[in-house]
Design a protein around this ligand. Structure first.
Ligand code: ATP
Length: 442
C-alpha cells in the first residue's frame, strides 16, 4: 500500500456524505433549506458515537448529572441572559446585487465579492435568535425564542437539579441538544448551521476554585480530542483577548482545529463567573444561592462552561480522518476514524454466493451476541466491498472463503494497514471486541 495522500476538500466530504448516507441537505426535494441538514443512517450512528464519547469523557471529570431542557424559552429568560440585547452579528448588504454579508467577514473598503461594485448599506445589528409566539395572544408575555444555546435551561434549573440529585458543589450539569441561530450567512457545510446540536457542560464551583477548574477543564477537553484520534498538530488552545470576550465571560479559551479554511473554533471553554446565576436571580426574583456549611454564608456558585457543537465536531472528524491512498494501483478513499467512532464496526463477506449461508450465520450470531452495528455484504468483488467499507470507516472486514469450510477460519482485513490474516471462527468476536477496546483506550 502506498501512503500517498491527497488533500481533502469540503466538496469531497459533502459528496461522500451524500453518496454514503451520512448527511443530506434538508428538504432537498423542495430545493433545500439553507443552513439546515438531515442526517442519514450512517450519519446518525456517527453522531451517536460522538455523543457517547463526549458523555463518558465529561462524566469522567467528576460528579456530573445529565439534563435535557426544552427548546423553547420565554422572553424573560433571554432578557436575563443578555441574548435579547447582545446576541447579534453585524450585517451589511450590497446595494447593487442585494447580497448580504456578515460585516466582520468582508473588507468594506473593497467592492462586493459577488458583483464587483462598492455600494454598501450601513452596518446594522442582526439578532440571531428565532422568535416565535406561543398560542393566539399577541402580548409580549407570549413571545418565546428557540434556544440559541443549551446552557440557559441548565442555569434556570440549577436549583431544581441541586434539590433533586445527590450532588453538591463542585459538580456539573451536562446537556446534549439542539440549538438554533439565524446565522446571516450559514456556510462551510456543518461548520455554520442554523439548526445544530451542542454538547455543553456547566461546572458549578466556589468562586475561589474557578481558576483551578478552568485549567483542569482545558486539559480535560484537549485530551478528549486527542483521545478521539484527532491529529495533535491540528488542534490548539487559543485564549481570547480581553476585547474578544463575550458579555458573560471573565476568561475564555477556544479549542481550535486547522480546517482547510483556516484555524477555527471547535469548542469554547469559558470562565463565566457567577454572571448567569446572578442574572437569573435578579430577573426571576428567586434565590439561586447555595449555603456554604463552612463559612455559614450563602453564595452564588461560579461556572466553567465547555461548549462544543456535535455537527462541527462531526465535520472535524471527517476532515481529520479522510485520506486517499493507492492500494494495488487503485485510489481508495478511507475514513481513518477511531474504531469507537466508526458507524459500522465490522463487515462480513462470503467470497462467493456458495459461502453465503455459512457467513450469514456467523454474522447474525456475532451481531446478536455483541449488539454492535455490523454489515453483511455479498455484492461485487471483494475489492469493491473493501472500498465500500473503507470510505465509511469500517475498521475490520471478515471474509469467508474456499478454505473456510476446512480450516474453520476467516480472513480478517484491517482498514488502515490493509493487512490480512486468518483467524478461527470462534475468535472473531474477541478479535472484534479487542480492536474496539484498544481504540477506546487511545
Ligand atoms: P462562532 O464564533 O464560530 O460563531 P461562537 O463563539 O458563536 O462560534 P459558541 O456560542 O461558543 O460559538 O458555541 C459553542 C460551540 O457551538 C461552538 O464552538 C461550535 O462548535 C458550536 N456552534 C456555534 N454556532 C454554530 C453553528 N452556527 N453551526 C454549528 N455549530 C455551531
Amino acid at each position: 500500500m502506498s501512503s500517498e495522500q491527497t488533500a481533502v476538500t469540503l466538496d469531497k466530504l459533502i459528496a461522500l456524505c451524500k453518496r454514503r448516507g451520512f448527511v443530506y441537505q434538508s428538504a432537498e426535494i423542495y430545493g433545500g433549506l439553507n443552513g439546515v441538514y438531515d442526517f442519514g443512517p450512517l450519519g446518525t450512528l456517527l453522531k451517536q458515537n460522538i455523543k457517547n464519547a463526549w458523555t463518558s469523557s465529561v462524566r469522567g471529570f467528576g460528579d456530573v448529572v445529565m439534563f435535557d431542557g426544552a427548546l423553547l424559552g420565554p422572553q424573560a429568560v433571554w432578557e436575563a441572559s443578555g441574548h435579547v440585547q447582545n446576541f447579534h452579528d453585524p450585517m451589511v448588504d450590497c446595494l447593487n446585487c442585494k447580497k448580504r454579508y456578515r460585516a466582520d467577514d468582508i473588507d468594506l473598503n473593497k467592492s462586493c465579492p459577488a458583483c464587483g461594485v462598492k455600494k454598501w448599506t450601513d452596518i446594522r445589528q442582526f439578532n440571531m435568535m428565532f422568535k416565535t409566539q406561543l398560542g393566539a395572544s399577541s402580548e409580549s408575555t407570549s413571545i418565546a425564542y428557540l434556544r440559541p444555546e443549551t446552557a440557559q435551561s441548565i442555569f434556570i434549573n440549577f436549583k431544581n437539579v441541586l434539590a433533586t440529585s445527590r450532588v453538591s458543589i463542585p459538580f456539573g450539569i451536562a446537556q446534549i441538544g439542539k440549538a438554533f441561530r439565524n446565522e446571516i450567512t450559514p456556510k462551510q457545510f456543518l461548520f455554520r448551521m442554523r439548526e445544530f446540536e451542542q454538547m455543553e457542560i456547566e461546572w458549578f464551583c466556589k468562586g475561589e476554585t474557578t481558576s483551578h477548574f478552568f485549567d483542569a477543564w482545558k486539559e480535560a477537553r484537549i485530551n478528549f480530542f486527542y483521545g478521539l484520534g484527532i491529529s495533535k498538530n491540528k488542534v490548539r488552545l487559543r485564549p481570547h483577548a480581553k476585547d474578544e470576550l463575550a458579555h458573560y465571560s471573565t476568561a475564555c479559551v477556544d479549542v481550535e482545529y486547522e480546517f482547510p479554511f483556516g484555524w477555527k473554533e471547535l469548542e469554547g471553554i469559558a470562565h463565566r463567573g457567577n454572571f448567569d446565576l446572578t442574572q437569573h436571580s435578579q430577573h426571576s426574583g428567586k434565590d439561586l444561592s447555595v449555603f456554604d456549611d463552612e463559612t455559614k454564608q450563602a453564595y452564588l456558585p461560579h461556572v466553567v462552561e465547555c461548549s462544543v457543537g456535535v455537527d462541527r465536531l462531526f465535520l472535524t472528524l471527517l476532515f481529520d480522518s479522510y485520506a486517499e491512498d493507492i492500494v494495488e494501483g487503485e485510489t481508495r478513499v478511507v475514513l481513518k476514524l477511531a474504531p469507537a467512532l466508526a458507524p459500522i464496526k465490522a463487515a462480513f463477506f462470503p467470497l462467493t454466493k456458495k459461502q453465503n449461508d455459512q457467513m450469514e450465520a456467523i454474522f447474525k450470531n456475532i451481531r446478536a451476541k455483541t449488539g454492535l452495528e455490523l454489515q453483511f455484504d455479498l455484492s461485487g468483488s471483494i475489492g469493491k466491498r473493501y472500498r465500500r467499507q473503507d470510505e465509511i470507516g469500517t475498521p475490520l472486514c471478515f471474509t469467508y472463503d474456499f478454505d473456510s469450510d476446512n480450516d474453520h477460519c476467516v480472513t480478517v482485513r484491517n482498514r488502515d494497514t490493509t493487512e490480512q490474516k486468518r483467524i478461527a471462527f470462534d475468535s472473531i468476536e474477541s478479535y472484534l471486541l479487542d480492536t474496539l477496546k484498544a481504540s477506546a483506550a487511545r
